[in-house]
Design a protein around this ligand. Structure first.
Ligand code: ADP
Length: 553
């Protein structure tokens, strides 16, 4: 029998639908931004005409469908306006990571061939070193709070700046949104380059739409209309984890911390004042926040969920947050997965004694995504037995199939699964436990040591606040683990290597015990706040002393 077609509408999945909901249903919802001069308040209702005007601006300055429009901006209301206007008028929103080195920014802007650049006034200094090096940029728009000063742009060899507010004021409050195809590119985000050169990931309208629906699911992040969201995760980090669009779709209030995102005091104040219920960010943010709350004796009783992803949550952190009444929700993903991949919810029927353990895993794969683990050498699929570990591979409607400009074509397996470079085991009921990144795993005497597990064990020591573990070359064992640890301020200078190794003895296998524990003032961080092991490796002195039987005496 011939296949019979369904009779449902061919409705193109696009971000215009999210904008439609924002306009029709969420007019009164507030968008609050912390700025240098104080709190800026607006509503979705006030924002929609501005989004329309902005689309008019884009058209006027010559932006055509498919053109890349870059942003160099903090989390704030104007950045949110760009999140809507750019893709909904058919162009591609390219969020630049403001913590990158100039040469990375230069590479990325040129690789994406950005045509227009919107920049927050406070970030202008970042552009200075790029003068004369980003020829694709035809127009720069300055998002400042005072009158446009034209900024000595010419002297710096940059294109002239136009002023955001002046441009908006000259346009109409309505915009004839074009009909879009769901396969069109909507946004672009570069991997932050923790393990290599940044590569461009290009999201489509369809992938963004479905990802938004996925993020909102109760068993995923579960953001709702009742929530007030404060995304500490920058709007340039992996699509801000899909939260800006999820908030628009659901109608959540949004609170932005602007350039104060790294300051726990500001996050706490804003959360209290704005009755924030939903926070999201990487573990290092929460390490700082937990410390600040403990010290200051403050609390955040309204917060119901603290989404944490980007790297594994150390057990000590989750326990500290639990003690503060802050429930962490562990999620795993990457820029290439839009980024939601998995979420650690405790499944029905789990024993209470297992709860913490389950919440510390990377959780179960999100509905919409399929996952498998593969043997790194044979490529064969491995069982979900909680023991075998291999590379995580995923596929689904919001998973990348290629990078911009065709870099790294081998990221896709022959049968179409995306190779994540993360190594994990999966339990029979589907809980993912990331062992390491392929590039961070320590190969000692033919066996693997998980740098992640070792780090977490060290961070459970009461005198330690941060720890990163790397493998350093060893003549006999190939590589051996070396710990870089940061003492809590009150224990600085008062903690020894021996103490740490002693502490680890009943927590990890004997041959996992580090050869050295090196105390440093701070673990270097990547541009998105993860421990930067590349920097540690580059500056590491070789292992100092002899090793007996692979285990330091
Ligand atoms: P970058 O690759 O530059 O770090 P991403 O933010 O895209 O930028 O990083 C994705 C990677 O971060 C994943 O491949 C994984 O290694 C790590 N990661 C993300 N979430 C978690 C998590 N919950 N636990 C452990 N690792 C994580």
């Amino acid at each position: 029998m011939a296949a019979v077609e369904g009779l449902m509408q061919d409705y193109e999945l696009s971000l215009q639908h999210v904008l439609w909901r924002v306009e029709r249903l969420h007019q009164k919802k507030e968008v609050v931004s912390k700025r240098d001069e104080g709190i800026h308040r607006t509503t979705y209702g006030e924002m929609v005409p501005r989004i329309n005007r902005l689309a008019g601006v884009l058209k006027r300055i010559g932006v055509k469908p498919g053109d890349r429009v870059a942003t160099l901006a903090w989390n704030n209301n104007r950045h949110l306006e760009l999140y809507y206007a750019v893709p909904c008028m058919g162009a591609v929103l390219h969020t630049l990571n403001l913590r990158l080195f100039p040469q990375h920014l230069e590479f990325i802007i040129n690789d994406a061939e950005d045509k227009v650049l919107f920049v927050d006034q406070s970030l202008l200094p970042l552009l200075k070193p790029l003068a004369g090096k980003i020829p694709s940029i035809q127009t720069m728009v300055l998002m400042g709070d005072g009158p446009a000063t034209a900024m000595t742009a010419k002297e710096n060899g940059l294109a002239d700046f136009l002023d955001y507010e002046t441009l908006l004021a000259a346009e109409s409050e309505s915009y004839p949104w074009p009909k879009l195809s769901e396969r069109m590119a909507a946004a672009m985000c570069y991997t932050s380059g923790t393990t290599g050169n940044p590569k461009g990931v290009v999201y489509s309208h369809r992938s963004q739409f479905i990802h938004t629906m996925g993020v909102l699911q109760g068993d995923n992040l579960g953001l709702t209309e009742n929530d007030a969201l404060l995304p500490v995760v920058p709007m340039f980090h992996a699509n801000s984890w899909g939260l800006p669009y999820a908030a628009g779709m659901a109608g959540s209030k949004v609170v932005f911390a602007g350039r104060f995102s790294a300051d726990p005091k500001s996050i706490v104040e804003l959360s209290q004042q704005e009755e924030v219920t939903f926070l999201a960010g990487v573990p290092t943010v929460w390490i700082g926040l937990a410390g600040y709350l403990k010290e200051s004796g403050q609390s955040l009783p309204k917060v119901r969920t603290v989404v944490c992803g980007g790297s594994a949550i150390p057990q000590a952190l989750m326990e500290a947050m639990d003690a503060l009444g802050l429930r962490m929700l562990h999620a795993w993903g990457m820029t290439e997965t839009s980024p939601l991949g998995s979420v650690a919810r405790v499944s029905a029927g789990s024993k209470p004694a297992d709860e913490l353990k389950l919440r510390l895993t990377q959780g179960r794969v999100a509905p919409g995504v399929e996952i498998r683990i593969s043997d790194p050498t044979s490529g064969e699929e491995l069982p979900w037995d909680g023991v075998a570990f291999g590379e995580i591979q995923v596929r689904g409607p919001w998973i990348a199939r290629a990078y911009h400009n065709g870099y790294d074509p081998d990221k896709l397996t022959e049968d179409g699964w995306f190779r994540t470079g993360d190594v994990a085991k999966i339990s029979p009921d589907g809980y993912i436990q990331i062992v390491d990144r392929t590039k961070d795993v320590i190969k000692s005497g033919g066996e693997w040591i998980s740098s992640v597990e070792l780090e977490n064990a060290v961070m459970a020591h009461p005198k330690i606040i941060e720890a990163a573990v790397i493998g350093l070359p060893h003549p006999k064992w190939d590589e051996r683990p070396v710990v870089y640890a940061v003492a809590r301020p009150e224990f600085k200078g008062n903690v020894t290597q021996e103490e740490i190794i002693e502490f680890l003895k009943d927590k990890v296998a004997k041959w996992w015990l580090p050869d050295e524990v090196r105390f440093i003032d701070e673990v270097p961080k990547t541009s998105v706040g993860k421990f930067d092991k590349k920097v540690l490796r580059a500056n590491a002195v070789p292992i100092q002393e002899g090793v007996k039987e692979g285990v330091r005496k």
